[in-house]
Every structure is written in structure tokens, then in C-alpha cells.
Design a protein around this ligand. Structure first.
Ligand code: PLP
Length: 210
């Protein structure tokens, strides 16, 4: 099942888009099945799950930290972080810089939908935030990330993803190395890809619902 799901999605999104299988609700055993199905990019949103999957998976698996990272937990994961999709606080950037052993590829999370429950930097504050965290040596900002509102309204989805792309294009005037767009989940990845996603984070549509 996992293999069929993954192959189908890869075909839909094309070879320029990296498919991250979000395994946060799934066991180590299921995650290893995903590895055997050919998946090499995994997403976890909690420190415990991240460390657990990291120690279970072979070395060529890349585990992306996609959830909110609390400042007090940075120390535990920073030495193992390669990709962080949820950077939204300077305090976290500062601690990563202190505890990481290598550069961390970071996406700045942007709050486009303005839902109170959503995390992320406000669009108006984005460039100033990027400027500030660029000072930290180990923070390598490679792109922007957002989560669309939970809706079936296709116009709202398209607008959300288009807005993130526009923000990236604007940033590129001063920050041409910020190229990636992490956007799209099980319910909306086709919209995200249409608007230029380079990473999609897909849980249930690959792994099955929990
Ligand atoms: C859980 C999660 C996903 C995947 O969600 P699905 O709807 O299962 O595809 C993607 N991104 C983030 C940040 C998540 O927490």
C-alpha cells in the first residue's frame, strides 16, 4: 500500500518535487516499511518521534523536522537536525546556532491564513525576520513553508500557496538563495504543486490514516 501510494504521488508531483512522508502517527515498523518502499525523506513533528525514527532508519534516510520546535528542546535535537521546516523564532535560531554541529537547512514558516491556531511569521514581518536570523552561521535559510487552512475551497488553497511563492520571489531581490517552497499536505498537495511547491509533506495519503 505505502509503495503504491508513494509511486502514485511521485508521478503526480513530478521529479522536481521532493516528497516527504510524514510518519508522525506511525510506528517505527511502519516507517521502515516506507523505507523499504523506496522513501528516503521522512517528516516528524515531535522531538521524541524524530529521535526514535532517526535511530531506527538507515543512514541514507533524511528526517525533516516539520513541527513547532520549542526553544527548551532545541538542545536535544540540534546535533541531528538537517532540515527544519518550522523556523519562526529568533530564540530557536540562536539555540540551533549554539548546539548544532553542522549547517541546518531551514524553511521560515509563514502564517498566510492568519488563523490563530497557525504558527509562523506574519508576511509583513518576514524580511526583517530573515535579515535577523541570517546572522547565525549555522542557519542556512533555503526556503519558506506554510500550512494552508483546512478547507475544501480550492480558491483559498490556490491563493495561500500563490502568496507564499510571491513572498519568496520578493525575498529573492535581496536573498537569491532562498529558493525552496515547502507546501502541500495530503488534502492540498496538487494545489501546492501547481503553485510551485518544491517539497510536499504528506502523511495520511502515503502512510494511511492512523
Ligand atoms: C502532519 C503534518 C503534515 C502531514 O499531514 P497529512 O494531512 O497527514 O498529509 C504535513 N505538515 C505538517 C507540518 C504536519 O504537522
Amino acid at each position: 500500500m505505502i509503495k503504491e501510494n508513494y509511486e502514485q504521488i511521485k508521478k503526480e508531483v513530478g521529479s522536481d518535487v521532493t516528497v516527504i512522508a510524514v510518519t508522525k502517527y506511525h510506528t517505527v515498523e511502519e516507517t521502515l516499511q516506507a523505507y523499504d518502499a523506496g522513501i528516503r525523506h521522512f517528516g516528524e513533528n515531535r522531538v521524541e518521534g524524530f529521535l526514535e525514527k532517526l535511530s531506527a532508519l538507515p543512514e541514507d534516510a533524511e528526517i525533516h523536522y516539520i513541527g513547532t520546535l520549542q526553544s527548551r528542546k532545541v538542545k536535544d535535537v540540534a546535533p541531528y537536525l538537517t532540515y527544519l521546516h518550522s523556523l519562526e523564532r529568533e530564540s530557536v535560531a540562536k539555540k540551533i546556532d549554539k548546539y548544532a554541529e553542522h549547517d541546518v537547512k531551514c524553511f521560515v514558516q509563514v502564517n498566510i491564513s492568519h488563523e490563530e491556531t497557525k504558527h509562523g511569521v506574519e508576511p509583513e514581518a518576514l524580511e526583517a525576520f530573515v535579515e535577523k536570523i541570517s546572522e547565525y552561521d549555522k542557519i542556512n535559510i533555503i526556503g519558506l513553508m506554510t500550512m494552508a487552512p483546512y478547507t475544501e475551497d480550492e480558491e483559498v488553497l490556490d491563493q495561500t500557496f500563490r502568496k507564499l511563492k510571491e513572498l519568496r520571489d520578493q525575498l529573492n531581490i535581496n536573498y537569491p538563495s532562498i529558493t525552496e517552497l515547502s507546501m502541500g499536505m495530503s488534502n492540498d498537495y496538487l494545489h501546492a504543486v501547481k503553485e510551485g511547491a518544491t517539497y510536499v509533506r504528506i502523511g495520511s495519503k502515503i502512510m494511511g490514516s492512523r
